[in-house]
Design a protein around this ligand. Structure first.
Ligand code: SF4
Length: 276
């Protein structure tokens, strides 16, 4: 396959992965809006990270990121005083009242997926639909995440693990506050200890800041070699942000290709087949 045909095939696959809404031009080139600098906003609705730094899908591969020091808070998993198995941990979380978010929840949203998943996705906190159903990522953003998992990673949703930093919905979909993050974060560390994923994908700025203990923008964090407990961490845009920002989908496609590489899988794996 020549280079042009290869690029067209790649674009077709990326377009499919995002439900046919990746900005693709007839000539086979990605539509590239004007480059914008990352801007952190003081207050963003859930799932909205900073605006995309660029829509050029090849930029991350061509330009080596500047060195960046991100030092996640040290957590000794061996000394974590929480159950080691997911079922016991889930039962504990269900009745947790360690922070004020318990006053607003319909129910806790622990997380779901394969207990031996190779990839663990982390969002910030449940939204209204998740609070109602007790499951993570089940609204429109969740459907996009499922498409990314199935079409860009070639995995079924039940083959990965999906969780949030906070297990209870913040009122009005505000961001979790620092004391709420601090109270709930040990549960996520315990989930990571139980699942032992090979890659952690962090969805959005709020989750990245909570988990990595940094205040860098997503534009600064994306594409960096980061790790937590010795596990590679790949920050990418929150699916809710992708639903509103077409250009950022190309960034996420690059991030997911990196996840596939870290897993030793083809960058563009075949789509997941439904469980028979
Ligand atoms: S958010 Fe976490 S720490 Fe706070 S009450 Fe819910 S489960 Fe407990």
């Amino acid at each position: 396959m020549d280079l042009r045909a290869s690029i067209r095939a790649w674009i077709r696959h990326a377009d499919d992965a995002y439900g046919g809404d990746l900005p693709v031009q007839a000539a086979g080139a990605i539509a590239v809006p004007a480059r914008t600098e990352p801007q952190e906003r003081a207050s963003e609705p859930r799932g909205q990270a900073a605006p995309s730094v660029a829509a050029d899908p090849g930029a991350a591969a061509r330009v080596a990121p500047e060195p960046l020091t991100v030092t996640p808070p040290e957590v000794d998993l061996d000394r974590l005083d929480l159950p080691e198995d997911l079922d016991s941990l889930h039962r504990l979380v269900t009745t947790c009242r360690k922070c004020k978010l318990c006053d607003h929840r319909t129910q806790t949203v622990f997380g779901e997926g394969a207990g031996d998943a190779r990839v663990l996705f982390v969002g910030e906190a449940p939204g209204a639909r998740e609070d109602e159903l007790g499951r993570p990522f089940v609204g429109p953003a969740g459907r996009l995440l499922t498409r990314i998992i199935e079409n860009a990673m070639g995995l079924r949703r039940d083959e990965v693990y999906i969780a949030n930093v906070n297990k209870c919905r913040p009122p009005g979909n505000r961001n979790p506050e620092p004391d709420e993050v601090a109270a709930c974060l040990p549960f996520l560390h315990a989930q990571i200890r139980a699942v032992e994923p090979e890659v952690i994908v962090v969805l959005g700025r709020v989750a990245a800041h909570s988990l990595l203990g940094t205040h860098q923008s997503m534009g600064q964090l994306r594409g960096r070699e980061l790790d937590l407990h010795g596990i590679p961490v790949v920050p990418t845009w929150h699916p809710a942000y992708l639903l509103r920002n077409e250009a950022a989908k190309a960034d996420t496609w690059e991030d997911i290709k990196r996840v596939n590489r870290l897993l030793g899988r083809p960058e563009v794996p075949p789509r997941a087949r439904p469980r028979s």
